[in-house]
Design a protein around this ligand. Structure first.
Ligand SMILES: NC(=O)c1ccc[n+]([C@@H]2O[C@H](COP(=O)([O-])OP(=O)(O)OC[C@H]3O[C@@H](n4cnc5c(N)ncnc54)[C@H](OP(=O)(O)O)[C@@H]3O)[C@@H](O)[C@H]2O)c1
Length: 326
C-alpha cells in the first residue's frame, strides 16, 4: 500500500511557522500574496520541502498554514512541481489519546492541504511528561503509512534514546522513519554535539532536518546590540544572546564578505555542510530569495572549523525546546 519511495527531500526546505501564528508572529491575510510569492520562488529554485504543523495557526487562523500551503501547491504550475513535499507535524495534544485520533488528525490535515500529506511527523514526544500516551499516537502514524495516506513518517524533538525506541517500535511493523527535525544552528548545536544525534540518525538511515536554523533571525546579522529588538521571545533572545555572540557574528561576516554571500546564507550553508536540511522560516519573497542563495556552493573545511570554534565560544545558546527528549 505504501509509496514511500516517491518522497523527495531537497538540500534545503522552507519553514512556515510564521504563516499562522498571528499573536506571536504578526500574521494577517494581507501577507498571503507575499507568502505565495515566497513559495513560488522556493519551488522554482528547487526548495521543495515545506514544513508546517496542524498546530500552526491560532484562533481564527487555526489550520491556516496547512490551508495556504495546500492552495499554493495546487496553484503552482512551474518547474519542480512534482517534487513539492509538504511535511506536516501532528501535535501530541493531551486529548489525542488513541491511534485513531492520530489517523483522524492526519485526515484533517490532508483535508486542509487538499491532498494527502507527503511527510507526516510526530510533533513532539510525550516522554518528558506523559510517556504512556505516546505509543498509541505512534501506532496511529504507522496506520497512516500502512493505509497509503502518507508517503513517509518523521519525528520531531526526539533525542537518541527515545529515537531508538521509536525506531524499533515502528520498525517491528516495517514503518521506516525518514526524518527527524530538531533545533539545530550555530547557536543550537546541542542535539548534535551533546546528544550525538547525527551519528545515531546516520546509523538508522534517518535524515536530520534543522529547524530554526537562523536562530529566529539572530544569525541573519540584522540585529545589533544597540538597535531595536523585535517583540516577544525573539526580543528576549536578542537581549540574552547578542552580547555573547560577537565573535560568532564577526566570523560569519568575514566569511560572508570573502565569499560574496550574506550572513544568513553562510549560517544556512553551515547546516547543509553538516549534512542536515535547514528549513528557515521566510516571510517574504526577499527573505526566501536570500535563503535560496545558501544553495549551490559549499563552505570549505577551514571555514566550517572556524565557525564551529566561534559557535562553541558563544557564552549563551538558544534555549532548547521543552519537549526535546534525550
Ligand atoms: N519541530 C518544532 O518543534 C519546530 C519549532 C520551531 C520551528 N520549527 C520549524 O522551523 C521553521 C523555521 O524556524 P523559525 O521560524 O523558528 O526560525 P528561523 O528559521 O531560524 O528564523 C526565521 C525568522 O528569521 C527571519 N528571516 C528568515 N530569513 C531571513 C532573511 N533572509 N533575512 C532576514 N530575516 C530572515 C524571519 O523573521 P522576521 O522577518 O520576522 O524578522 C523569520 O521568521 C518554522 O517555520 C517551522 O516550520 C519547528
Amino acid at each position: 500500500m505504501h509509496n514511500n519511495k516517491q518522497l523527495y527531500l531537497p538540500k534545503m526546505g522552507c519553514g512556515t511557522w510564521a504563516w499562522g501564528n498571528r499573536l506571536l508572529w504578526g500574521y494577517d491575510e494581507s501577507m498571503d500574496g507575499e507568502l505565495q510569492a515566497a513559495f513560488n520562488l522556493c519551488v522554482s529554485n528547487g526548495v521543495t520541502l515545506f514544513d508546517t504543523g496542524d498546530s500552526y495557526g491560532t484562533g481564527k487562523f487555526n489550520g491556516r498554514s496547512e490551508q495556504l500551503l495546500g492552495q499554493f501547491s495546487q496553484q503552482y504550475q512551474g518547474a519542480n512541481k512534482d517534487n513539492i513535499c509538504i511535511a506536516t507535524k501532528l501535535a501530541a495534544y493531551p486529548w489525542r489519546l488513541t491511534r485513531q485520533s492520530m489517523v483522524s488528525a492526519g485526515k484533517a490535515s490532508a483535508s486542509r492541504l487538499g491532498k494527502n500529506i507527503d511527510l507526516v511527523q510526530m510533533h513532539w514526544s510525550t516522554a518528558n511528561y506523559a510517556p504512556w500516551q505516546e505509543s498509541a499516537l505512534l501506532d496511529g502514524l504507522g496506520d497512516l503509512y500502512d493505509r497509503g495516506l502518507v508517503k513517509g513518517v518523521g519525528l520531531s524533538n526526539y533525542g537518541p534514546k527515545r529515537l531508538k525506541w521509536v525506531h524499533k517500535k515502528l520498525g517491528d511493523r516495517h514503518v521506516p522513519i525518514v526524518t527527524l527535525q530538531v533545533q539545530y544552528s550555530l547557536l543550537s548545536t546541542y542535539p548534535v554535539t551533546e546528544l550525538g544525534l547525527k551519528e545515531v540518525c546516520d546509523e538508522l538511515g534517518i535524515k536530520l532536518i534543522a529547524y530554526s536554523p537562523l536562530a529566529l533571525g539572530l544569525l541573519t546579522g540584522k540585529y545589533s546590540e544597540n538597535g531595536s529588538f523585535p517583540k516577544g521571545i525573539r526580543g528576549l533572545a536578542c537581549q540574552q544572546l547578542l552580547p555573547g555572540m560577537r565573535s560568532l557574528l564577526e566570523c560569519l561576516r568575514e566569511i560572508a564578505a570573502a565569499r560574496n554571500k550574506t550572513v544568513s546564507q553562510v549560517a544556512l550553508n553551515w547546516c547543509i555542510c553538516k549534512d542536515t536540511i535547514p528549513i528557515p522560516g521566510a516571510k517574504s519573497a526577499r527573505q526566501a530569495g536570500e535563503n535560496i542563495g545558501a544553495l549551490g556552493w559549499n563552505l570549505d573545511a577551514g571555514e566550517i572549523a572556524e565557525l564551529d570554534k566561534a559557535a562553541a565560544s558563544a557564552d549563551k545558546k538558544m534555549v532548547q525546546n521543552i519537549f526535546q527528549t534525550k
